[in-house]
Design a binder for this molecule. Structure first.
Ligand SMILES: Nc1ncnc2c1ncn2[C@@H]1O[C@H](COP(=O)(O)OP(=O)(O)OP(=O)(O)O)[C@@H](O)[C@H]1O
Ligand SMILES: [Mg+2]
Length: 322
């Protein structure tokens, strides 16, 4: 079952009745057994898109289709069984689990009705085992676990309902490096073993590189580029992608400091006309005062005037702007 986002727009009402367009026409598809990585700087609209995708908030425009059917924003209690196939993992496992209830009890709540009464507990323990949590600690409270363990428990809780698609919004950002590796490995293993689709949201492009089949780069509410991950790294089709890659610290000796992205992310309430990346782009020209479209670029798409339909002009690596 795939998840399809079509032309999603999310608007929030800001101060003095102003309108903030956090997401401005994004389309994405998450197929079973595939990981779509969604990256971009803070405030570009990733979580807003995730909330729409999971039905937590309603899109101002556009549609969300799960298994070809529209996803209605409903409270979790009233969710039709079919839509439980769509589960979310949040950044902070402490806030996504109830601190006053034992974790086995919390997981039992989500067990599908077709699991017989006598096997419900072993079904829960099986899911915990899948994420590497031992059965003898299942009766503990959330505060008795580390952050990394708790995030794996939050994943197990999502798995209990047998989801088809997981939406993971910065699932490892709050964890230390070794827990990050553990949780990321758990998630990717699940995608392959259970044929679950995953939208993996992160501001960490280097992490997404290792797990995503496709990577989508978002800038100020829009997709700047989407491409198979290997291509995105070797032949980025958008100067913003090149800048994000150049900003990643290298471990290699003599690699020098990363190239910081020039300028600040503009205020979403005051987006520049034409290409929104124009004020920070080392390649900006007069052309860029007109809005680019997501044109085909090799096996992906890029919203940059350097890429014209039908022709391929390689983008030079981003240069620091004085
Ligand atoms: N409930 C809200 N009301 C008003 N504005 C909001 C609301 N939620 C988000 N925004 C604004 O929408 C924009 C996008 O926010 P969002 O949380 O989607 O970004 P993000 O890409 O997830 O950022 P981060 O990487 O920091 O998590 C931001 O400018 C934010 O201030
Ligand atoms: Mg966010």
């Amino acid at each position: 079952m795939s998840l399809e986002l079509r032309d999603i727009v999310v608007e929030y009402r800001g101060a003095h009745n102003s309108m903030v367009r956090a997401v401005n026409g994004v389309s994405l598809t998450v197929e079973p057994g595939k990981v779509v990585g969604l990256v971009g700087e803070s405030g570009c609209g990733k979580s807003s898109l995730a909330r729409v995708a999971s039905g937590l908030i309603k899109a101002s425009k556009g549609s969300v289709l799960f298994d070809g059917e529209p996803v209605a924003p409903l409270s979790w209690q009233r969710r039709p069984r079919r839509e439980l196939g769509l589960q979310m993992v949040f950044q902070n496992p402490y806030s996504s689990l109830n601190p006053r209830r034992r974790i086995d009890a919390q997981l039992l709540d989500g067990v599908p009705a077709d699991v017989p009464r006598r096997s419900r507990r072993s079904y829960v323990l099986e899911q915990l085992d899948r994420v590497g949590v031992a059965p003898d600690v299942a009766g503990r409270f959330p505060h008795q676990f580390s952050g990394g363990q708790l995030q794996r428990i939050a994943i197990a809780r999502a798995l209990v309902t047998r989801p088809s698609v997981l939406i993971a919004d910065e699932p490892v950002t709050a964890l230390d490096a070794s827990s990050q590796v553990h949780v990321v490995n758990t998630l990717t293993q699940l995608v392959r073993d259970l044929d679950v689709g995953m939208l993996f949201i992160s501001h960490d492009l280097a992490l997404v590189r290792h797990i995503a089949d496709t990577t989508a780069v978002m800038y100020l509410g829009k997709l700047a580029e989407t491409a198979p991950t290997a291509q995105l790294w070797s032949q980025p089709g958008h100067p913003y992608t090149s800048s994000l890659i150049a900003a990643i610290p290298q471990v290699k000796a003599g690699a020098g400091l990363p190239v910081a992205l020039a300028g600040e992310v503009p205020d979403p309430a005051n987006v520049p006309t034409g290409c929104a990346f124009r004020p920070r782009c080392p390649h900006a020209s007069d052309e860029c005062t007109r809005e680019p479209e997501l044109w085909p670029h090799r096996a992906g798409r890029s919203a940059c005037w350097l890429i014209h339909p039908g022709t391929e002009i390689p983008v030079r690596p981003a240069q620091p702007v004085a």
